[in-house]
Design a protein around this ligand. Structure first.
Ligand SMILES: *[C@@H]1O[C@H](CO)[C@@H](O)[C@H](O)[C@H]1NC(C)=O
Length: 506
């Protein structure tokens, strides 16, 4: 940093450290046992991730939603899924389901703060209208797929392509293309190529926000042969998929390094929910799996790392935190890292949205001097699902679970789901002391009526904050994809958003 004093060009890169480049890697379905470092007994190896985590700061209490769409919606909007109508399920094809366009999304603010913003990978926050798509919601460019996942080689969901790119700029308007020309090429290779291009074209004087919602390690369970180190078990496939993910991440870091960006970069790493109930996955010693409120469904690997001591205090390097972190907290944390709200408010005249559920944890995670030493949050409103009639709530070291956790109800368009005290089954209550019992083996609700009453009271405050369920939206006639337009793309132009130079290759 001494160099800052002697050269003007370096001063620019020094001030950049205040607003670092941000690389946010969001893994898909990576469970607590689907990474090397979380338990000594884990059967998979992730040397690169383990090393970055051990040199950075581990988030031991990183909580997500139980499914992809609600987690991603919380990251983007800073709100709990119940306030977005995403209490029950993920977004489906051929419906109007979409992350409410009234929400101000994190990348929009980050872009106002002077960042170039790019998405490579999964969206899954709706695609019915152009105004639902990432290029209309704060990303300069996006490349990837709109659904829960896409074919690794075919880039199709069923018989329809789900692979696109879009870009938006004040001069060029919105451009969009469906990508069929790359069929036959493994998706991770295409993401790799795309990221390399983004970084090669990036002006290092501009701060970069690269959001990388990975296709790894979601089903379908597949990796090219050269990534396999064994073949006799499903976990061999998981290991091969992790090898491929690490290969991609290693290359991404090397592109940042070659462009001179890595020194001024903060890496944020998390998984979107626990591993599904499948022999390919492991949630380690945690109970349950994806789509349940047990720890195995909602507590995921996460860490933060920067090699720059101006971004990350030396004293926090190689440490871990047991403070609660909810995925919604990435919203305020990333906005804070990008410079906060002032620039956005000056530029637009709009204020920060009211009553966000997101906490800025940037000091706690990165800045030892400005950290208060007190956990940024004391509680998490984990979830309320009026279809399964279950809820989850954390306070201090305790976890409250309401309702029958094995309830398999799914949303039906004809049924009415109350969004009040009747949305949950208060006859079934469980309480766990996660400090003493992280694996939720002993329900101690009977011996702790005061704690239960206090936590149920807190939870009921949230019941009326729920928004109507989006999973009740019907399939739309003539929506895409269909036999005429065999790819995922918006079909509803009612908002008046039209791509200015869209072209179609099919
Ligand atoms: C929870 O467990 C911790 C660690 O064993 C213990 O110190 C604490 O008193 C327990 N809390 C309750 C309410 O049982």
């Amino acid at each position: 940093m001494l160099k800052c004093l002697i050269s003007i060009t370096v001063i620019i890169s020094c001030t950049l450290a205040k607003h670092p480049h941000i690389l946010f890697i969001l893994m898909d379905d990576q469970g607590y046992g689907d990474i090397g470092y979380t338990y000594p007994t884990n059967d998979v190896h992730t040397p690169l991730l383990d090393q970055l985590a051990s040199k950075g700061r581990k988030l031991n209490r990183h909580y997500t939603s139980w499914l992809c769409t609600p987690t991603r919606a919380s990251i983007m909007s800073g709100r709990y899924p119940i306030e977005l109508g995403i209490q029950h399920d993920v977004f489906d094809s051929n419906t109007e389901e979409c992350l409410n366009e009234k929400e101000l999304l994190m990348p929009e603010v980050v872009r106002h703060n002077g960042y170039a913003t790019h998405l490579v990978g999964k969206w899954h926050l709706g695609y019915s209208r152009w105004s639902c798509m990432p290029c209309m919601r704060g990303f300069d460019t996006a490349f990837g797929y709109t659904s829960g996942t896409t074919g690794w080689i075919t880039h199709k969901v069923g018989s329809y392509y789900d692979f696109y790119e879009c870009a938006t700029s004040s001069e060029g308007g919105l451009t969009w293309d469906v990508l069929t020309k790359d069929k036959g090429i493994y998706s991770n290779f295409l993401y790799n190529k795309r990221i390399k291009k983004i970084i090669n074209n990036h002006d290092p004087k501009t701060p970069l926000f690269l959001y990388l919602p990975m296709q790894s390690v979601h089903s379908s369970y597949y990796a090219p042969e050269n990534y396999y180190t064994c073949t006799d078990h499903k976990r061999c496939t998981m290991q091969a998929m992790l090898n491929s993910a690490e290969d991609l991440i290693r290359d991404v870091i090397s592109y940042f390094e070659e462009a001179g960006l890595w020194e001024d970069t903060v890496l944020l790493y998390a998984s979107d929910n626990g591993g599904p109930h499948s022999a390919y996955h492991s949630n380690g010693h945690l109970r349950g799996y994806k789509s349940t409120l047990w720890e195995g469904g909602v507590r995921t690997p996460s860490f933060i790392y920067s090699s720059n001591h101006k971004i990350m205090s030396d004293k926090l390097r190689g440490t871990e935190t047991n403070c609660y972190f909810h995925v919604a907290d990435w919203y305020q944390t990333i906005i804070s890292l990008s410079g906060g709200w002032q620039k956005y408010e000056r530029a637009t005249g709009n204020e920060m949205p009211a009553s966000l559920d997101s906490r800025d944890q940037s000091y706690h995670l990165l800045n030892e001097e400005r950290d208060t030493g007190i956990c940024p949050r004391k509680q998490i409103m984990l979830h309320i699902d009026p279809v399964k009639r279950v809820a989850g709530y954390y306070k201090d070291g305790m976890k409250l679970l309401v309702g029958d956790q094995d309830n398999g109800n799914s949303c039906s368009g004809t049924e009415f789901y109350p969004l009040n005290i009747d949305s949950i089954d208060l006859d079934i209550i469980q309480l766990f002391n996660l400090t003493a019992d992280p694996n939720e083996a002993d329900d101690i609700s009977a011996g702790n009526p005061d704690i239960v009453a206090d936590m149920v009271f807190d939870l009921t405050e949230y019941l009326e904050k729920q928004r109507p369920l989006q999973c009740q939206l019907p399939t739309v006639d003539g929506s895409y994809p269909n036999s005429v337009v065999p790819y995922y793309t918006p079909w509803d132009f009612s908002e008046g958003y039209l791509p200015s130079s869209a072209f179609q290759k099919l």
